[in-house]
Design a protein around this ligand. Structure first.
Ligand code: HEM
Length: 473
């Protein structure tokens, strides 16, 4: 694309009309602010500005420009600078919020242990945990209950992350009183509130919700300490694990023991919490949205059921090591869900140095919001319409095919999600298991299913009744 010869400045860009002092902030509802911004994007174009209180934001609604920004990390752009202190206060300053050399060091360890080779060793455990979810859902089906699928899926993803990343066998799927699950649920909404607050009041006064958050964090810390102590025991009993760690936590502790890495006990603990948080809501909500789409599109689900039956035969549980390269209908449902309901419909970043983007001058310190959903669709509505094409496609492939713009559900560039392979294995396992064993019935609620932003994009009001396909009547 040709950049204009005289660079434009932020002042030259269009912007929705706002109010003095508040700017555009009052036009947005906290739980649905993404919808308002996506609506503005339809009228303001590829690049526009917004004012949230005193801060001006550059909104980028163009996939190629967003990729240019995302590639230029960590040196050219960072995540917004209020994230790191907020994460630090909460004891969560791990890979997601770290910047610069701290990020580089942690990223190396994450990538070495959350890769496809490690994942191949994990198929037995993944199948076993998927079996527990099947049993939970069979019990719910036998009771005729309407299932809060997102809630159950969070138990599934916590069990998977604890086993795969932290080397610990939890069983939140079986235990309804689980401490970790209960307390984790409080963290994302709190981080979200603090990130979007116009003033950091909690540094001066604690409201009841801040005290509840402190209690949740303290309870989680006890659990984290247990996970770390168990991993240290394993390293002590099996010294070979230092060279060949079986999970991310062992690798992190081995690096800490070696010294010279700057990995403190606090960093270890923050990354354990980061793994739990980053692995829980993201995958669980993506799966819940997939189930929502399956309810909305019985034709798509029927094709998935036929595919699951053909693939699994008499086997009850899919095994990740036997997945073919492509499961056309299952993958189409997953990929289309990730395109339409990306857990992060926006990325919030900040320029670290003066730069020029598509002929636009961006001074250091400029705050950017990258719109990742409307940028990928050419539909006239604010959100692209579903296209469940059962043809080979990569959910986050960088190049657009004919009629397909690039999507970035797992981000892009050097900070792309390190949990992608694990998340896709979980999503395929659950989608196949569901389609093999259950028919779906959406249970109407007082309000229809809607999108709520709670750090990630959450399906609100989603209840599903599961009917067993294997039940002898
Ligand atoms: C469907 C599931 C998931 C989705 C859609 C997803 C999406 C994302 C996105 C959009 C980012 C930001 C990437 C960027 O800045 O370019 C990210 C980062 C991250 N994700 Fe995921 N994620 C998922 C599952 C997981 C899982 C299972 C884990 C780990 C157990 C994980 C760990 C992380 C971490 C640690 C980061 C920060 C990476 C960094 O800043 O270097 N995610 N994820």
């Amino acid at each position: 694309m040709n950049a204009p010869s005289t660079p434009r400045t932020l002042d030259d860009l269009p912007h929705p009309r706002g109010l003095p002092f508040f700017g555009n902030a009052l036009a947005m509802q906290p739980r649905h602010f993404h919808l308002q911004i996506e609506q503005w994007a339809q009228t303001q174009g590829r690049l526009f500005t917004l004012k949230l209180g005193p801060t001006r934001w550059l909104a980028v609604n163009d996939a190629a420009l967003s990729q240019q920004v995302l590639r230029d990390r960590p040196d050219g752009f960072r995540r917004v600078s209020n994230l790191e202190p907020i994460a630090q206060e909460l004891g969560l300053n791990g890979l997601f919020s770290a910047e610069g050399d701290r990020w580089r060091e942690q990223r190396r360890i994450w990538m070495a242990t959350l890769n496809a080779t490690q994942l191949r060793r994990f198929h037995d455990q993944l199948a076993e945990i998927t079996g527990r979810l099947l049993a939970r859902w069979q019990r719910a089906a036998d009771r005729g209950e309407a299932v809060d699928v997102a809630h159950d899926l969070m138990r599934y993803t916590v069990d998977v992350t604890m086993r795969f990343a932290l080397g610990y066998e939890s069983d939140t799927l079986e235990r309804d009183d689980d401490v970790i699950q209960r307390h984790l649920d409080k963290i994302f909404p709190a981080v979200n509130e603090r990130l979007t607050a116009l003033f950091p009041y909690w540094r001066y006064i604690k409201l009841p919700r801040d005290r509840a958050l402190d209690r949740a964090l303290a309870a989680l810390q006890v659990e984290v300490n247990t996970l770390v102590a168990k991993a240290r025991e394993r390293l002590r009993d099996q010294p070979g694990l230092r060279e060949a760690p079986t999970c991310f936590l062992e690798a992190l502790l081995a690096a800490q023991e070696k010294g010279g890495t700057g990995i403190s006990d606090e960093t270890v603990s923050a990354n354990v919490l980061t793994a739990l948080l980053a692995g829980e809501d993201t995958t669980a909500n993506s799966l819940a949205w997939t189930i929502h789409h399956c309810c909305e599109r019985p034709d798509v689900y029927a094709a998935m059921q036929a595919e699951a039956q053909a693939f699994l035969g008499d086997a009850a549980i899919p095994r990740a090591d036997r997945f073919p390269h492509l499961l056309p209908h299952t993958d189409a449902a997953i990929n289309e869900t990730l395109r339409l309901k990306p857990v992060a419909p926006f990325f919030f970043l900040e320029a670290l140095r003066d730069t020029v983007l598509d002929g636009l001058q961006i001074p250091a310190g400029t705050r950017l919001m990258l719109l990742l959903r409307t940028a990928v669709g050419s539909a006239p509505s604010s959100v692209p319409t579903p296209r469940f094409d059962p043809k080979p496609d990569d959910p986050d492939k960088a190049e657009a095919g004919p009629g397909r713009a690039p999507t970035m559900p797992f981000g892009y560039g050097p900070r792309m999600c390190p949990g992608r392979n694990l998340a896709l294995a979980e999503m395929r396992s659950v989608a196949l298991m569901l389609a093999r064993h259950f028919d779906l019935e959406a249970v109407p609620q007082a309000q229809p299913v809607s999108e709520v932003i709670s750090f990630t994009l959450v399906p609100h009001n989603l209840r599903v009744r599961l009917h067993r396909r294997d039940k002898v009547t």
